[in-house]
Design a binder for this molecule. Sequence first.
Ligand code: SF4
Ligand code: SF4
Length: 163
Amino acid sequence: MKEFLKILPQKAQSKKRDFKLLAAKVKKLKPRQADEIFLKLHTETFEQINCLDCANCCRGLGPRLFKKDIERLSAHLKMKSSVFTDTYLRIDEDGDFVFQSMPCPFLMKDNYCMVYSSRPKACREYPHTDQKNIRSILSTCVKNTETCPAVYYIFEKLSKILS
Ligand code: SF4
Ligand code: SF4
Protein backbone atom coordinates (compact mmCIF):
# COMPACT_ATOMS: atom_id res chain seq x y z
CA MET A 1 0.00 0.00 0.00
CA LYS A 2 2.85 2.40 0.90
CA GLU A 3 4.29 2.18 -2.61
CA PHE A 4 0.87 2.59 -4.19
CA LEU A 5 0.19 5.73 -2.14
CA LYS A 6 3.37 7.30 -3.53
CA ILE A 7 2.21 6.92 -7.14
CA LEU A 8 -1.50 7.49 -6.51
CA PRO A 9 -1.59 11.28 -7.20
CA GLN A 10 0.20 10.77 -10.51
CA LYS A 11 -1.98 7.81 -11.52
CA ALA A 12 -5.15 9.70 -10.63
CA GLN A 13 -3.98 12.78 -12.52
CA SER A 14 -3.32 10.70 -15.63
CA LYS A 15 -6.88 9.30 -15.47
CA LYS A 16 -8.54 12.54 -14.49
CA ARG A 17 -10.14 13.09 -17.89
CA ASP A 18 -11.60 9.56 -17.93
CA PHE A 19 -12.83 9.92 -14.35
CA LYS A 20 -14.50 13.24 -15.20
CA LEU A 21 -16.24 11.61 -18.16
CA LEU A 22 -17.44 8.82 -15.88
CA ALA A 23 -18.71 11.39 -13.39
CA ALA A 24 -20.65 13.05 -16.22
CA LYS A 25 -22.23 9.68 -17.08
CA VAL A 26 -23.20 9.13 -13.43
CA LYS A 27 -24.73 12.60 -13.36
CA LYS A 28 -27.14 11.48 -16.12
CA LEU A 29 -28.35 8.46 -14.13
CA LYS A 30 -31.40 8.59 -11.88
CA PRO A 31 -30.34 9.66 -8.34
CA ARG A 32 -31.33 6.32 -6.83
CA GLN A 33 -29.51 4.30 -9.47
CA ALA A 34 -26.34 6.40 -9.03
CA ASP A 35 -26.49 5.93 -5.25
CA GLU A 36 -27.00 2.17 -5.58
CA ILE A 37 -24.03 1.77 -7.93
CA PHE A 38 -21.73 3.81 -5.67
CA LEU A 39 -22.88 2.06 -2.49
CA LYS A 40 -22.20 -1.36 -4.04
CA LEU A 41 -18.74 -0.31 -5.25
CA HIS A 42 -17.97 1.39 -1.92
CA THR A 43 -18.93 -1.75 0.06
CA GLU A 44 -16.97 -4.06 -2.25
CA THR A 45 -13.90 -1.82 -2.20
CA PHE A 46 -13.79 -1.38 1.57
CA GLU A 47 -14.03 -5.16 1.97
CA GLN A 48 -10.66 -5.26 0.17
CA ILE A 49 -8.97 -2.16 1.62
CA ASN A 50 -8.02 -1.72 5.25
CA CYS A 51 -7.79 1.96 6.20
CA LEU A 52 -5.21 1.03 8.85
CA ASP A 53 -2.80 0.16 6.01
CA CYS A 54 -3.32 3.62 4.54
CA ALA A 55 -4.34 6.64 6.68
CA ASN A 56 -3.56 8.88 3.71
CA CYS A 57 -6.56 11.13 4.46
CA CYS A 58 -5.36 11.59 8.07
CA ARG A 59 -1.91 12.53 6.78
CA GLY A 60 -2.79 14.93 4.06
CA LEU A 61 -6.36 16.17 4.01
CA GLY A 62 -7.62 16.91 7.47
CA PRO A 63 -11.27 17.48 8.32
CA ARG A 64 -13.26 20.65 8.73
CA LEU A 65 -14.38 20.75 12.39
CA PHE A 66 -17.81 21.96 13.45
CA LYS A 67 -18.85 23.20 16.90
CA LYS A 68 -20.20 19.75 17.86
CA ASP A 69 -16.92 18.12 16.79
CA ILE A 70 -14.95 20.55 18.95
CA GLU A 71 -17.23 19.97 21.95
CA ARG A 72 -17.04 16.17 21.57
CA LEU A 73 -13.25 16.12 21.13
CA SER A 74 -12.68 18.54 24.01
CA ALA A 75 -14.82 16.36 26.30
CA HIS A 76 -12.94 13.25 25.13
CA LEU A 77 -9.62 14.88 25.96
CA LYS A 78 -11.00 16.45 29.15
CA MET A 79 -10.04 19.92 27.94
CA LYS A 80 -11.99 23.16 27.77
CA SER A 81 -13.23 23.84 24.21
CA SER A 82 -11.25 27.09 24.16
CA VAL A 83 -8.04 25.35 25.19
CA PHE A 84 -8.62 22.58 22.63
CA THR A 85 -9.19 25.20 19.93
CA ASP A 86 -6.07 27.18 20.85
CA THR A 87 -3.96 24.03 21.05
CA TYR A 88 -5.01 22.18 17.92
CA LEU A 89 -7.00 24.36 15.54
CA ARG A 90 -6.68 27.27 13.16
CA ILE A 91 -9.13 29.02 10.88
CA ASP A 92 -8.52 28.37 7.20
CA GLU A 93 -9.03 30.64 4.18
CA ASP A 94 -12.74 29.62 4.03
CA GLY A 95 -13.27 30.59 7.67
CA ASP A 96 -13.53 26.97 8.85
CA PHE A 97 -11.81 25.33 11.81
CA VAL A 98 -9.14 22.84 10.71
CA PHE A 99 -6.14 21.26 12.43
CA GLN A 100 -3.12 23.57 12.75
CA SER A 101 -0.92 21.12 10.92
CA MET A 102 -1.03 17.81 9.14
CA PRO A 103 -0.54 14.87 9.62
CA CYS A 104 -3.40 15.04 12.10
CA PRO A 105 -2.13 15.42 15.69
CA PHE A 106 -4.27 12.42 16.68
CA LEU A 107 -2.86 10.01 14.11
CA MET A 108 -0.69 7.44 15.85
CA LYS A 109 2.34 5.62 14.42
CA ASP A 110 0.35 2.44 13.73
CA ASN A 111 -2.25 4.49 11.80
CA TYR A 112 -4.82 4.23 14.59
CA CYS A 113 -6.76 7.35 15.53
CA MET A 114 -6.19 8.41 19.13
CA VAL A 115 -9.69 9.88 19.36
CA TYR A 116 -11.50 7.37 17.14
CA SER A 117 -14.74 7.18 19.12
CA SER A 118 -14.98 10.99 19.16
CA ARG A 119 -13.47 11.78 15.76
CA PRO A 120 -14.95 14.62 13.69
CA LYS A 121 -18.01 13.98 11.55
CA ALA A 122 -15.96 14.64 8.39
CA CYS A 123 -13.56 11.82 9.39
CA ARG A 124 -16.47 9.43 9.93
CA GLU A 125 -17.95 10.21 6.54
CA TYR A 126 -14.80 10.36 4.40
CA PRO A 127 -14.53 9.44 1.50
CA HIS A 128 -18.30 10.00 1.17
CA THR A 129 -18.74 7.41 -1.59
CA ASP A 130 -21.59 5.74 0.34
CA GLN A 131 -23.53 8.95 0.88
CA LYS A 132 -26.99 9.62 -0.54
CA ASN A 133 -27.28 11.93 -3.54
CA ILE A 134 -23.80 10.99 -4.72
CA ARG A 135 -24.46 12.98 -7.90
CA SER A 136 -24.07 16.21 -5.91
CA ILE A 137 -20.46 15.46 -4.87
CA LEU A 138 -19.01 13.86 -7.98
CA SER A 139 -16.37 16.53 -8.56
CA THR A 140 -15.16 16.05 -4.96
CA CYS A 141 -15.04 12.30 -5.56
CA VAL A 142 -12.91 12.78 -8.69
CA LYS A 143 -10.58 15.02 -6.67
CA ASN A 144 -10.41 12.39 -3.92
CA THR A 145 -9.06 9.79 -6.36
CA GLU A 146 -5.70 11.58 -5.86
CA THR A 147 -5.71 10.94 -2.10
CA CYS A 148 -7.87 7.93 -1.35
CA PRO A 149 -6.98 4.60 -2.97
CA ALA A 150 -10.52 3.36 -2.31
CA VAL A 151 -12.04 6.16 -4.37
CA TYR A 152 -9.49 5.54 -7.10
CA TYR A 153 -10.51 1.85 -7.23
CA ILE A 154 -14.20 2.77 -7.16
CA PHE A 155 -13.71 4.89 -10.30
CA GLU A 156 -11.72 2.12 -11.99
CA LYS A 157 -14.55 -0.32 -11.27
CA LEU A 158 -17.08 2.27 -12.41
CA SER A 159 -15.34 2.46 -15.78
CA LYS A 160 -16.03 -1.27 -16.28
CA ILE A 161 -19.72 -0.78 -15.49
CA LEU A 162 -20.38 2.37 -17.48
CA SER A 163 -18.03 2.10 -20.47
S1 SF4 B 1 -10.61 6.55 3.70
FE1 SF4 B 1 -9.29 6.30 1.90
S2 SF4 B 1 -7.51 7.66 2.26
FE2 SF4 B 1 -8.56 7.39 4.22
S3 SF4 B 1 -7.50 5.66 5.18
FE3 SF4 B 1 -9.26 4.79 4.11
S4 SF4 B 1 -8.48 4.19 2.09
FE4 SF4 B 1 -6.98 5.63 2.99
S1 SF4 C 1 -9.16 12.79 14.02
FE1 SF4 C 1 -8.59 10.65 13.67
S2 SF4 C 1 -9.71 10.04 11.83
FE2 SF4 C 1 -9.69 12.28 11.87
S3 SF4 C 1 -7.89 12.95 10.67
FE3 SF4 C 1 -7.25 12.76 12.83
S4 SF4 C 1 -6.43 10.66 13.03
FE4 SF4 C 1 -7.67 10.73 11.16
